[in-house]
Design a protein around this ligand. Sequence first.
Ligand code: ATP
Ligand code: RIB
Length: 310
Amino acid sequence: MKKRILVVSSANIDFVQRVSRLPERGETIISDGDCDYIPGGKGANSALAFARLGADTVFCAKLGRDENAKKLKRLYASEKLDTRFLFEDKDAPTGLASIIVEEESGANRIIVYPGANARLKEADVEEAFNCYPDGVFVQFEIPDNAVLACAEFAREKGIPLFVDAGPARADFPLSELGKVEIFSPNETECEILTGIRPDSLESCLKASIRLAGATNAKYVVLKLGHRGSFVYDGKYYNIVPAHKVNVADTTAAGDVFTAALSYAYLQKGDILEAARFATLAASICVSRPGASTSIPTLKEVKEFAQKIKK
Ligand code: ATP
Ligand code: RIB
């Protein structure tokens, strides 16, 4: 039977500009690339990834009452996301993100204006837990209280909690999460949370041990961009290398990776197999532009797996 995952997190509209170089401080440049408005938000990207990979996905988030909210709702409806717990706030706009993508490397810089995302309440989270989830997935683009409420209800219901640590805040009370099944930061988030830059095996291990201690996580999975991921189970570690692909834009790679990792793990309980599956999904994501526009379906992941076997 399909597992039901509850994603509690953010939804944004991304204003994306692709440029060959970034402005210096105080400099104005005229863009030499294209631009677009694309549905995004860490939570929505992950929710869409779960749904496209085949999970029964319930998405809990807060939007404004504006044209952007209408646009996002149309997308979610067409993707069969369960939006019973998609709330609206009449006084705040739908979340926005400004994204600059460097054309050459596909690397991005993002500033999020949280808008209605900042108004997601513990009571909203409590209501969403009425959907009888098999697992709950959360990120840090919503208020700390909403994240901690997810942890508390997951504990109460005895279901696994999956935490994507983006965007990281050094002052987040990690120890209050209680028991976490998988805790997954990217390189920057790892450094913000531990003070350790994960640039060698030794530093990855040191950071993972620190994070496992701070979060009581069963697994810590560090996302290391083109270097792949570092999987730590409390005793042993493994590296899952990234695939060599033509990188168009890495936006949402981390969101897709952690969603695919959590879903595959929820299905079979094998963390390494799940990390390999997540790596396939993230490879496709980085080869395409945009956030929601780059998330693969299960069929695409299977086809890619076949292609690289040959
Ligand atoms: P984002 O750019 O969305 O913020 P992130 O920083 O959260 O992503 P990354 O570590 O960059 O997360 O990427 C997640 C996964 O995506 C990596 O573990 C890897 O499997 C894949 N990936 C990222 N960048 C590349 C790349 N340049 N080439 C191949 N795979 C990549
Ligand atoms: O991880 C990528 C996402 O971060 C973007 O879609 C943007 O909205 C921000 O939330």
